[in-house]
Write a new protein. Structure first.
Length: 337
């Protein structure tokens, strides 16, 4: 279920505040309520941010640490560029940082975010909704039917949901065939009114049908488009309720995989960054591979950027943990003999 996170439910804890001795044992005075004590006359985002930082007395490094404590990583260089007008926040995590900055610096709600102006023209899906997002053509090169289905279903902008965590569990049976995929995603809305998302699943080339989504939890299936000739499934997931800005939710579902030849790989393609990605492959104890490795690829590439051998444990499973996963592809492949 979604968790409400009102903007002014409580002030961010300053990095310098004493908290059980974990912050170095020194304290700072409360943050000045800049929005109330000194009216802001800045006409753009950079000027407003600069004035707020100067009035707070906080260094950029202290601000960076405070944001990191709340799960948002922004470098000192980026903060410096924002206050000097060399760049401005655009991607989902950057917009989240802006709302946290308003709270940290004692500004009224939306005092900074309203100065960002409208987003640059980008389209809804076929062009990125954020500077670190990929177009569908970049994620699935040569798969024009996927872009066509996204257009048909009026896909929501890619940046509306920030992916905090994705966990894939892929199951291979005693016949060496992948037969089940279980997925769990933790997401957070970067705008108000987010109620749906699209998911893509594609069977192996040797499969005889499309994958099918079952056992959906904390969401329900909306419109579904199948392309049996390509083993393609694109489904609309409708969340339990519309999410407000900053609201998070968890949804889970399973995918039944159609019969095919023995499976030798599973991979996920990322159009946007993901805070944490976990991939587990579970083998039947009667069919354990002889070799297993992780591979990483750049977006749209067919050759590996990196490989690393994986140890198959006594539980007949392997896993990959990828924190701060950028757009691209991560997977596990194996050899039976």
């Amino acid at each position: 279920m979604a968790s409400q996170q009102p903007q002014h439910a409580g002030r961010l804890r300053l990095v310098g505040e004493h908290r059980d001795g974990l912050d170095g044992g020194f304290a700072r005075p409360p943050v000045q309520q800049i929005g109330a004590a000194r009216p802001m006359t800045a006409v753009n985002f950079a000027e407003a941010l600069h004035a707020a930082i100067e009035g707070s007395g906080l260094s950029l490094d202290r601000i960076r640490l405070s944001l990191a404590q709340h799960g948002v990583r922004v470098s000192v260089t980026t903060l410096s560029y924002w206050r000097r007008g060399r760049s401005q926040p655009e991607r989902a995590t950057s917009l989240r940082a802006v709302h946290l900055l308003e709270e940290l610096l004692g500004l009224p709600h939306t005092a900074l975010s309203t100065l960002l102006g409208p987003p640059r023209p980008r389209g809804r899906w076929v062009t990125p909704a954020a500077s670190d997002s990929l177009r569908v053509e970049d994620v699935w090169p040569g798969e024009r039917e996927i872009a066509d289905v996204f257009t048909e279903l009026d896909a929501p902008p890619i940046g509306e949901l920030e992916r905090l965590s994705i966990h894939d569990a892929y199951y291979v049976d005693e016949s060496r065939r992948g037969h089940l995929l279980r997925l769990r995603q933790v997401v957070r809305a970067t705008v108000s009114g987010v109620s749906r998302c699209l998911v893509v699943h594609k069977a192996d080339e040797e499969a005889t049908d499309c994958p099918e989504i079952t056992s959906v939890r904390h969401a329900r299936i909306g419109r579904v488009r199948r392309r049996p000739e390509n083993g393609l499934l694109v489904a609309e997931l409708l969340l339990d309720r519309p999410l407000g800005l900053g609201d998070s939710t968890v949804f889970e579902y399973e995918v039944e995989i159609p019969p095919g030849s023995p499976t030798t790989t599973y991979a996920r393609r990322f159009a946007v960054p993901v805070r944490e990605y976990v991939l587990q492959v579970h083998f039947d104890p009667a069919a354990v591979p002889a070799h297993c490795e992780r591979f990483d690829r750049e977006p749209g590439e067919e050759t590996d950027r990196a490989r690393r051998q994986l140890w198959i444990g006594a539980s007949a499973s392997v896993h990959v943990l990828s924190p701060d996963q950028p757009p691209g592809q991560v997977g596990i492949r194996w050899e039976w003999e």
